[in-house]
Design a protein around this ligand. Structure first.
Ligand code: GLY
Ligand code: MN
Length: 463
């Protein structure tokens, strides 16, 4: 288990205490999760809030911060002789807790008395997302499971979002380690993408690369010749010359910081002229949106910059027509990019999404749109130095969406449906995604650059 120095966790907890101000903060770590019978478990993934404030990457730990009495406590059990026989020995809860600056520890069951003795005080907790923590919190706090989400502490969520959103240099270095693994995954996929190979062979190989560096993928690998399906987890097709392959994947480094990149490239290594034109448009959106990143800019405005560049490019190709600004205003771009430009990234690939997306990507200044497409924008608020986010424009040809919009009589002044239906229904989809740090003056793209120009991709694939 890799940890930062104890001071890092102490400082995070003291900042959290200051922001939440009073009451008790209760942060439940995760338990093992079973695959097919109780003892047969998935690889353990600790809760990200627990990792951030208490660091320990071990199941069945609960951290408590008693703000009013200035106490920090870990509730967990030492392992017994049976555990040692099957899993080896491990330092005591006391020793482990000391590594993250916690002196007071109690056995897990004491948590029930602790909460009972403090039941008249405000107890802050995050919305639980795993079944066992829902049951635990429901029992501890006597709140029905169905009400836990609404009873979660908004003060705690907002305080934690403000801390976790701004990454320290230590954290950025960890994210870059995850990006290094992502680089290897993506360049391996490019080299493997030859006609005749099955998608699953590549998906399995690149997942193995993530595992070989000590941790899991940051989300299930998206890898498909049907890139128009945004989160395509079916990897059963045989690669065919002439088609595009979309690969969206990332890794977690040893400290569970994430990477998330997407590349799209031609099976066999050569873009056709038709693919190149759409690809260059998507790439321009990726590059120009990255360049637009700096503090105090609304990410929603950068999202709409992508929309504009995509409409301009598609207009040049002849797929779209009419006035570009009016097309974007009307939402015609959502036929081709029905998702948001990006999201925050850190200990979670969609950072802190368990708190509720709107707490992370929106604030008092900006509310989520209910319009098709724009409603999927996870990050819209003003950027601050230290934010790490993804920039992931896409251009997709989704046959069902094309016929739906056409049947609804939508966007006839902006969309050339004839050309679309005759030439693009089997095109697939393109997405190009990078991970970017907002700096004091602008931006820095994280990780070693994964080839993304037509020239660089074709060069790598020809090797
Ligand atoms: N890369 C997957 C996602 O951002 O949803
Ligand atoms: Mn992403």
């Amino acid at each position: 288990m890799e940890l930062f120095k104890a001071e890092v966790y102490k400082k995070r907890r003291s900042q959290l205490k200051e922001k939440v101000n009073n009451g008790i903060i209760l942060i439940t770590g995760n338990s093992e999760s079973s695959m097919s019978y109780p003892a047969n478990t998935y690889k353990f993934r600790q809760d990200s809030s627990f990792l951030y404030y208490f660091g320990l990457n071990i199941p069945d730990y609960v951290g408590v911060i008693d703000i009013d009495n200035n106490k920090e406590i870990i509730f967990a059990n030492d392992i017994d002789i049976d555990d040692i026989i099957w899993m080896g020995s491990q330092p005591s809860v006391k020793e482990l807790s000391a590594k993250v600056g916690i002196e007071e520890t109690h056995k897990f069951s004491d948590l029930f008395d602790f909460i009972k003795n403090n039941k008249n005080r405000k107890i802050h907790f995050f919305p639980p997302y795993r079944g066992n923590n829902k049951i635990l919190l429901s029992k501890l706090l006597d709140i029905p499971i169905s009400k836990l989400k609404e009873k979660a502490s908004i003060e705690l969520i907002k305080a934690s979002v403000s801390l976790r959103s701004v990454k320290s240099d230590l954290e950025i270095a960890e994210i870059e380690k995850a990006c290094e693994i992502g680089y290897k995954m993506h360049t391996t996929a490019m080299k493997m993408a030859k006609p005749g190979i099955v998608e699953q062979e590549i998906a399995g190989t690149i997942e193995g690369i993530a595992l070989s560096y000590g941790n899991l993928i940051s989300f299930p690998v998206i890898l498909s010749q049907n890139g128009e399906t945004l989160h395509n987890h079916h990897h059963n097709q045989i690669l065919t010359e002439g088609r595009l392959l979309l690969v969206d994947c990332g890794a977690e480094n040893k400290m569970n910081y994430c990477s998330d990149n997407t590349r799209t490239f031609p099976v066999g290594g050569k873009f056709s002229d038709k693919q190149k034109k759409v690809y260059e448009t998507c790439l321009k959106a990726n590059v120009e949106c990255i360049k637009a990143i700096k503090p105090n800019v609304f990410y929603k405005d950068i999202h709409f910059l992508a929309a504009k560049i995509i409409v301009e490019g598609l207009k040049e190709i002849g797929i779209m027509k009419g006035n570009v600004d009016e097309a974007v205003k009307a939402g015609a771009h959502t036929l081709f990019m029905p998702h948001g430009l990006g999201h925050m990234m850190g200990l979670d690939v969609h950072d802190m999404e368990d708190y509720g997306e709107d707490f992370v990507g929106y604030d008092n200044e900006i509310k989520r749109s209910s319009e098709f497409g724009t409603a999927y924008l996870r990050l819209a608020k003003k950027l601050q130095p230290g934010f790490v986010l993804t920039v992931e424009p896409g251009i997709y040809f989704i046959p069902e969406l094309i016929s739906k919009f056409k049947n609804e009589g939508k966007y006839f002044e902006f969309v050339n449906y004839d050309l679309l239906e005759h030439e693009y229904l089997d095109f697939g989809g393109i997405r190009i995604e990078d991970d970017v740090l907002v700096t004091e003056t602008g931006y820095r793209v994280l990780g070693k650059p994964i080839p993304k120009t037509v020239k660089d991709i074709e060069e790598l694939m020809s090797k």
